[in-house]
Design a protein. Structure first.
Length: 273
């Protein structure tokens, strides 16, 4: 039902019969599955995005599995195995990280793979920084100690460890979530840091495995902005038209063409490359 409602929304948007299109039907259908988003209170765009991607993946992978069963009757493995877990969502948005975890006592290293659709990046400055600064912070080596120690299989005890992430599969579209909302003691606050991000030639090769990620340069295609505060804010979006390459601002029912220079926003919350 969600995939069908999303399909109708895409049709309405691209047919160009309306000046603006309300996603209320899709929102209503999704609200049945995720009641949090049916309330009239402010919700988090990143959480909503993950629910949308998960819902579309679940809806579309079943169709893929049924088609496969029809075509590959003899290959029972193909119809029930990894094929059923792929969808247009995983093809476009799913990447993979590898965490190298090294015991600091015996130097034994293990690799732990982890799939992702959204990378949540820390913001290392309160005043201003670049997207590259956020990426460096995310991919830097961390030391796990105290309560975060690992159980080393070689030592047989809990030990301090060094952990470092690497991109081993770069997705076709990579989504960055800028962690503007953070806990400070018992209170949550919003970081208003001005983050500079490139519109093209974003190079992810310094954080990627050369064996798996040959083409790691990306161009920006959309931005979700959040202005305001924790419980009282407003979401807008900038999107690049895939055919004309023009940028547009989406602010509720107000859609306007904007110059490239206006795409750099100090309220950016989600970046799509």
């Amino acid at each position: 039902e969600s995939a069908t409602a999303f399909g109708w929304l895409m049709s309405d948007m691209w047919l160009g019969e309306f000046d603006c299109v309300s996603p209320e039907v899709f929102h209503s259908v999704l609200g049945k599955r995720y009641p949090t988003f049916s309330k009239r209170t402010q919700q988090d765009a990143q959480e909503f995005l993950i629910c949308v991607l998960n819902e579309l993946h679940e809806g579309l992978k079943k169709v893929r599995a049924r088609l496969c069963k029809r075509r590959c009757v003899t290959d029972a493995k193909a119809s029930r195995g990894s094929v059923s877990e792929t969808s247009i969502i995983t093809q476009l948005f799913e990447g993979q990280l590898s965490y190298d975890i090294m015991c600091l006592e015996c130097k034994t290293t293990i690799d732990r793979p982890e799939r992702f659709t959204v990378l949540s990046l820390p913001i290392p400055s309160k005043s201003a920084c670049s997207l590259q600064d956020c990426l460096k912070c995310f991919f830097q080596q961390d030391i796990l100690t105290w309560n975060n120690q690992i159980q080393c299989s070689w030592c047989g005890t809990k030990q301090d460890a060094a952990v470092k992430a690497t991109i081993t599969k770069a997705p076709q579209i990579i989504i960055f979530h800028l962690k503007r909302f953070e806990w400070q003691g018992k209170h949550k606050r919003k970081l208003s840091t001005d983050i500079c991000y490139p519109l093209s030639n974003l190079d992810l090769s310094p954080y990627s495995s050369p064996l798996f990620c040959k083409d790691a340069e990306y161009s920006l295609c959309a931005v979700v902005n959040h202005s305001g505060f924790l419980d009282d804010g407003h979401y807008t979006a900038f999107c690049k038209h895939s055919v004309t390459k023009n940028w547009y601002s989406f602010d509720d029912a107000q859609i306007t063409k904007i110059p490239n220079a206006s795409v750099q926003s100090d309220t950016a919350y989600l970046l799509f490359y």
